[in-house]
Design a protein around this ligand. Structure first.
Ligand code: COA
Length: 162
């Protein structure tokens, strides 16, 4: 076993990053990220990327400022599968929380599907508390290009930012 250290920076995700972000979701996911980047231009959301010196994103995720009044809502968090459980998700969430605080909000929110206990465990470790449950629906694009609605019960979580 060898140890390898990598310096990373956090910056805004750009459209020209998208061709290199296919790992972030299933087919069609980048279409949803493209929509989010358009909303970023309007100031409704921020979309972050964690990059090594190559400047290619290894982790990406958004903050939506319109979903819950007075809070930034983290969503579409994804870390490259090859480097999960290495701390990049924690780093990305910390950077997103700082962005939320810089916008003058004192609360971060997120929702996590009930069938994603590992992600929920991470959020709890980072100080997020469950305060409710909500059925959610989102589009999923299958490999043949068909768009289907995915339904799941999600746990709503929040964290005060001081
Ligand atoms: C959830 C996710 C963003 C966390 O990023 P990460 O860089 O792996 O997180 P960290 O290294 O900071 O922390 C690791 C913890 O993340 C959680 N985790 C959730 N899903 C995970 C996965 N597929 N692989 C590894 N860790 C995962 C675990 O609690 C893990 O702790 P453990 O290794 O002790 O089990 C990332 O794993 C991921 O992209 N998962 C798939 C997509 C997803 O589930 N997104 C969240 C939707 S709400």
């Amino acid at each position: 076993m060898a140890t390898f250290r990598l310096e990373v920076t956090v910056r805004d995700l750009r459209r020209d990053d998208l061709p290199g972000c296919g790992w972030a979701g299933g087919p069609g996911h980048l279409g949803f990220v493209t929509v989010a980047l358009r909303r970023a231009e309007l100031g409704e959301v921020e979309y972050l990327a964690v990059c090594p010196p190559t400047d290619l994103p290894l982790a990406i995720g958004g903050v939506d400022y319109t979903r819950r009044p007075g809070a930034g809502t983290l969503w579409q968090l994804a870390v490259h599968p090859a480097v999960r459980s290495c701390g990049l998700g924690t780093l990305l969430i910390g950077a997103a929380e700082r962005r939320i605080a810089e916008r003058g909000h004192d609360r971060a929110e997120l929702s996590v599907a009930e069938d994603n206990p590992r992600a929920r465990a991470l959020y709890e470790r980072l100080g997020y508390l469950a305060y409710g449950r909500e059925p959610e629906e989102w589009n999923v694009v299958t490999p043949d290009g068909t768009v289907t609605r995915h339904r799941a019960t999600c746990v709503l979580m929040r964290k005060p930012l001081h």
